[in-house]
Design a binder for this molecule. Structure first.
Ligand code: FAD
Length: 420
């Protein structure tokens, strides 16, 4: 047993950021870093292969990068996260374990029970305590109100006017200028560069459990910060300009259209929303992307994403049991691949999920969500299926989107009426 009196910083699999949270101010030698690959989590669902690979590989890459920086890293496998922590404490004689506030209700409760010191999370631009204060005196928590509040307090796309901050371009919302149908001139959609799989990726793929589904990882999803930054730059250069006009479009033959495909990188910590928003706003200020596109994109990131993060923490833990429409059916076999379907749009979206572990927002909401809503699929069953099937799945973002937005299972806490 080594007996160095340094604290341990426990980095969870969706907290892979060097410059935020508990690792932010730490230098090598000041702490030991723990990452636990938990068999219980790996075997908890029938994961999409690209999803499982993404998290396991990104953790392994993160451990390698920290070691290269000089950190003493204990990246261990264990039956459960708590077993991993116990084994680590026993092996290294650790007194103090520190972690950034986890991203889920259950993980936060677990770490609190285990006596881990929690450092305030700065993974979002609005911490859930600040969201709760914003929400406190409001009858209705409208996303648009929250979004404008975020714009002003963060100084995003606002200019100083005679009476205080004013929205750039004179309007808060440019949706009216967006929502064009897909072009029919055969033009190519912005392409993305695939990342070459390395030895770490290949080793992870080799040991993916057989109880997984979907196409094998092909380098679509960034597993390191360097890759995620490259993907961000590529989107700003070639995707952002088309984002607005086509954000609500849907084509069977094209899986991502002009969407950013940045959610998985943000959700596991490889990118921070702040840098994404700064890059998008700069593109507008430098004249390389239209305001309507930039505003539409920024609304998704500082509006919708932060809003669902806030309501998740505000409404948990009761929220995940909501089932206002008493929907009880299982997830349709057409979604899980257990049966074919003659509904072309469903087959198309399910194909995108199978091939990429991804479907864009309109496909999730209007195709998968609407079919589940109208056929009475149980909200928790739908949440679990989507969580396992999408590379960007996580409880905090699934619950408001599935229970609130897609299935109206919260009876109107989030959406004013069902989408179907
Ligand atoms: C039923 C349903 C399930 C969903 N499940 C998830 C999920 O598991 N994980 C997830 O990250 N998003 C989820 N979303 C939200 C949204 O569909 C995805 O964030 C988006 O499709 C990711 O693709 P993108 O990065 O190309 O997004 P873009 O269209 O390029 O949008 C940019 C970013 O905005 C954010 N964003 C946009 N809309 C939302 C939203 N409604 N909620 C939260 N963030 C949003 C995302 O971070 C996204 O990366 C879900 C939506 C629905 C309707």
């Amino acid at each position: 047993m080594t007996a160095l009196a340094v604290p341990t910083v426990w980095v969870l699999g969706d907290q892979l950021c060097r410059s935020r949270g508990a690792l932010a101010e730490r230098m090598p030698g000041e702490c030991r870093v723990l990452l636990v690959e938990s068999a219980a989590l790996i075997n908890s669902r029938r994961w999409h292969r690209q999803r499982l690979h993404l998290v396991v590989s990104a953790m392994a890459h993160f451990a390698t990068e920290l070691r290269a920086e000089g950190f003493d890293v204990d990246h261990r496998r264990a039956d459960t996260p708590q077993q991993g922590l116990r084994d680590h404490i026993e092996e290294f004689g650790v007194d103090v374990v520190i972690a950034m506030e986890p991203m889920s209700w259950d993980a936060r409760a677990l770490l609190e029970r285990l006596g881990v010191e929690l450092v305030r999370s700065d993974r979002f631009l609005c911490h859930y305590d600040d969201f709760a204060r914003w929400a406190a005196d409001r009858k209705r928590l409208t996303m648009e109100d929250f979004y404008r509040w975020q714009r002003v307090r963060l100084g995003v796309l606002v200019d100083e006017g005679a009476n205080g901050p004013e929205p750039v371009g004179g309007r808060w919302n440019f949706d009216h200028d967006n929502r064009e149908p897909p072009p029919r001139d055969g033009r190519a959609w912005p392409s993305i560069t695939l990342f070459e799989l390395d030895d770490i990726d290949r080793a992870v793929i080799e040991r993916l459990p057989s109880a997984t589904f979907g196409a094998d990882p092909d380098g679509t999803w960034p597993v390191t910060r360097v890759q995620a930054l490259a993907r961000l730059a590529e989107f700003i250069d070639s995707g952002l300009g088309s984002f607005g006009p086509h954000e609500d479009a849907m084509l069977t033959a094209e899986w991502k259209l002009a969407h950013s495909v940045l959610s998985s990188s943000m959700n596991i910590g490889l990118l921070h929303p702040e840098e994404i928003v700064e890059a998008a706003e700069s593109a507008y200020r430098e004249g390389t992307a239209a305001l309507s596109s930039v505003e539409g994109f920024i609304r998704q990131v500082i509006g919708w994403r932060e809003y669902v993060w806030g309501v998740y923490w505000l409404w948990m833990p009761e929220y995940r049991t909501r089932n206002a429409l008493r929907a009880a059916r299982p997830v349709p076999p057409a979604f899980t691949g257990a049966a074919d379907t003659e509904m072309a749009c469903v087959a198309g979206v399910v194909g995108h999920v199978r091939d990429h572990g991804y479907a864009h927002h309109i496909e999730r909401l209007m195709v998968l969500g609407n079919l589940a809503l109208t056929t009475g699929v149980n909200p928790w069953a739908m949440t679990e299926w989507m969580w396992a099937s999408f590379v960007d799945g996580a409880e905090w973002v699934m619950l408001p989107n599935v229970i609130g937005m897609a299935l109206f299972a919260d009876g109107g806490m989030m959406a004013t009426k069902p989408y179907a």
